[in-house]
Design a protein around this ligand. Structure first.
Ligand code: PMV
Length: 333
């Protein structure tokens, strides 16, 4: 916990009264960025070097129950999908560090978190995890915080968690203030009921380098990264207006170009960050092949090996026969 984080939390909670309950409960959806967040301008406050934009995954995400325990201050007991995590595991340590920011609520917690998506396989479970934890804390403490404040608190746990506080299409404004007070996410656009996401889970292996270390390494060592913030901010604008216009080919092309450009910055870091596995590369080629045959399908990839496809309902049958292991998600269903 740094002084700047303590001050940030204090500012967010100024004006909120604590009316503590026994249990806090919340669900937050996972989200997939169409314009990626990659690179921080401030580490402790998770302030990004570019704005990003995502779509939330409806009922796929994290459900978290938070309870206060009696007794002296202690590391939280963190259960993930029913199993007690060792206190030195990476997720338990991150949860403990996050809860340490809220001594006014309690100093000993039990956290029961259930993911219905694979953890740490590039399917953004830390996003839904920290969004659900923040919302469960808000429920437990009775603060009654609105979406913008929840988004800024969730951001301290994981940058992309700022977007998982909301359903549907979400934009995270990078902001420019040093104190982080204007870096928050908010939903935009009406639902797009025909929009589909396909998950191709190629491997559930944990990624070797987490996004936090991966982005720092990229910012510090990749010469290609110099172009990234400008490209990402332009992609953000293009995606934003294409979503409002329901221009699917522009959404798909911009999202795919954005993801592969991010991977180019990762590969040009040193030591190189190669999240793609042979199966991922084969799948990228297959998407290009079926698109050349006339199917309107695009892909995106986060900091992991798994591929997500973007397409419209009218092509669901054709996409499912070209990619038999696909799990189709209707984000507005
Ligand atoms: O929120 P983090 O620190 O797990 O970083 C997320 C990074 C990407 O998933 C690659 C991109 C994004 O915007 O979600």
């Amino acid at each position: 916990m740094s002084d700047i984080q303590t001050q940030f939390v204090k500012n967010i909670l100024s004006g909120a009264e604590t009316n503590r309950k026994e249990t806090g409960l919340a669900f937050a959806p996972s989200n997939i960025a169409l314009c990626k967040y990659w690179g921080k301008r401030h580490a402790a406050l998770n302030l990004p070097l570019n704005s990003s934009l995502s779509i939330s995954l409806g009922s796929l995400g994290t459900r978290t129950e938070l309870r206060l325990r009696d007794g002296a201050a202690a590391a939280p007991a963190v259960f993930l999908n029913g199993e007690l995590l060792p206190p030195d595991s990476s997720f338990a340590k991150r949860v403990a560090a996050f809860l340490d920011l809220f001594p006014m609520v309690g100093t000993s917690f039990e956290v029961r978190t259930e993911n219905n998506i694979p953890t740490a396989a590039g399917l953004a479970s830390s996003a839904s995890g920290f969004a659900a934890l923040t919302m469960a804390l808000n429920d437990l403490a009775g603060w009654g915080l609105g979406g913008r404040m929840l988004s800024m608190l969730a951001r301290l746990g994981s940058g992309s968690a700022s977007r998982s506080v909301f359903d549907g299409f979400v934009q995270w404004h990078m902001g420019s203030n040093d104190d982080g007070s204007d870096s928050f996410a908010e939903p935009f656009s009406k639902p797009w009921p025909e929009f589909r996401i396909g998950i191709l889970e190629l491997t559930d292996a944990e990624k070797p380098v987490g996004s936090r270390d991966g982005m720092n390494r990229t910012v510090e060592t990749s010469a290609l990264y110099a172009n990234w913030p400008a490209q990402a901010n332009a992609d953000f604008q293009t995606l934003h207006s294409a979503i409002l216009k329901r221009d699917f080919p522009t959404v798909g092309q911009t999202a795919e170009h954005n993801a592969l450009s991010m991977h180019a910055t990762m590969m040009s870091a040193w030591p190189p960050l190669i999240y793609l596995q042979p199966e991922s590369v084969a799948m990228i080629h297959q998407v290009q092949r079926v698109r050349a045959d006339g199917l309107d399908v695009y892909l995106t990839i986060d900091a992991g090996p798994n591929i997500k496809l973007l397409f419209l309902e009218e092509n669901e049958g054709a996409v499912a026969s070209a990619f038999p292991n696909i799990q189709v998600i209707n984000p507005f269903g």
